[in-house]
Design a protein around this ligand. Structure first.
Ligand SMILES: [Zn+2]
Length: 317
């Protein structure tokens, strides 16, 4: 059956990808991170191929972990637009998502304060975040930010806890879990990835899921992992209420909530003021990391893949 959805936006993270099996796998310039990027790229490539084969006309992938430079574009079908680094614009980090009509979330993780694999919301410096008493997974922030542009959230992949959290906020969303509780040994990445790609394709043909948007006012309580001192700094910086290691504020809606969270997680008023030129600098750091990443992967790649790979050296004349 031909697909009804022509333009897809993929948000790709690393923690729930088939390449990341420990905290080090999510850390920039760590050797395990290089392996994680390899797996994440293969996951995205498999899903993209499957969607393109099913009649999707255009796919944009936003690389959405840490620096925004983790995916290896050369491993992903050339028809796919791979967007790396963070964009200013109406949707935080993404810019303008159009012409995408639907979103898919690959490699995501569970919310801060819950039991999932490398669970966190925006940054691991927050040990817990509650909105009207419930944990806040990133998928809720992202899906709510994309919804005003007409994007429906069709598909989600991550650990089983993360999948359940996605279904709690988007009840009909198709999910495909990766269970890392038994460790990497014996995990068949190719087999899992084939299932991921098939499940993403099926999501195109499922009924369009509706999202449960929490109604404002959104009473938000953020707990800092390192205790009162970072909470104090953030409270002073942004003029929000603090109690011990927690800050509290009320946001009118999800959009306002996302903006406040970005401020408290990543910015100071000074950085916010100069974001126009600091963002390209931040992105440049990510690009430099890609050079290191490619060297690592070449050094540790199995010979067979090096010989077949798109980056293999041409034969000597
Ligand atoms: Zn991440």
């Amino acid at each position: 059956m031909a697909s009804m959805v022509r333009h897809i936006l993929i948000i790709a993270d690393i923690e729930g990808s088939s390449g990341c099996w420990s905290r080090r796998g999510a850390v920039f310039l760590n050797r395990e991170w290089a392996q994680a990027c390899d797996g994440m790229s293969a996951d995205v490539a498999a899903v993209a191929k499957s969607l393109l084969n099913d009649g999707v006309e255009s796919i944009t992938v936003n690389d959405f972990h840490r620096t925004g430079y983790n995916l290896l574009p050369e491993r992903i079908p050339p028809a796919v637009k791979v967007v790396q680094g963070y964009q200013a614009g109406p949707v935080p980090g993404i810019g303008d998502p159009r012409p995408a009509e639907a979103a898919m979330f690959l490699g995501l993780h569970a919310a801060s304060g819950t039991q999932g694999f490398l669970a966190h919301t925006l940054t691991s410096r927050l040990s817990d975040i509650r909105v009207n008493g419930r944990p806040l997974p990133e998928v809720q922030l992202f899906a709510a930010s994309l919804a005003p542009y007409g994007l429906r959230s069709l598909f989600f992949s991550g650990c089983p806890v993360a999948c359940r959290q996605a279904q709690a906020v988007i009840p009909q969303i198709t999910t495909y879990a990766i269970d890392k509780s038994a460790g990497r040994t014996g995990f068949d990445a190719d087999d899992w990835r084939a299932g991921l790609a098939a499940s993403a394709r099926d999501a195109l043909h499922a009924a369009a899921p509706a999202m449960i948007l929490p109604q404002g006012p959104l009473h938000t309580v953020v707990t800092f992992r390192d205790g009162p001192s970072p909470a104090k700094a953030v409270a002073r910086r942004w003029g929000v209420e603090r109690q011990h290691d927690q800050i509290r504020f009320v946001a009118a809606d999800m959009r306002a909530l996302y903006h406040v969270l970005i401020r408290i997680c990543y910015l100071t008023p000074g950085i916010e003021k100069h974001l126009g030129w600091l963002l390209p600098l931040f992105n440049a750091r990510g690009r430099l990391g890609m050079a290191w990443l490619r060297r690592q992967l070449r050094k540790h790649a199995p010979r067979a893949r090096l010989a077949d790979g798109p980056r293999a050296a041409p034969p000597a004349p």
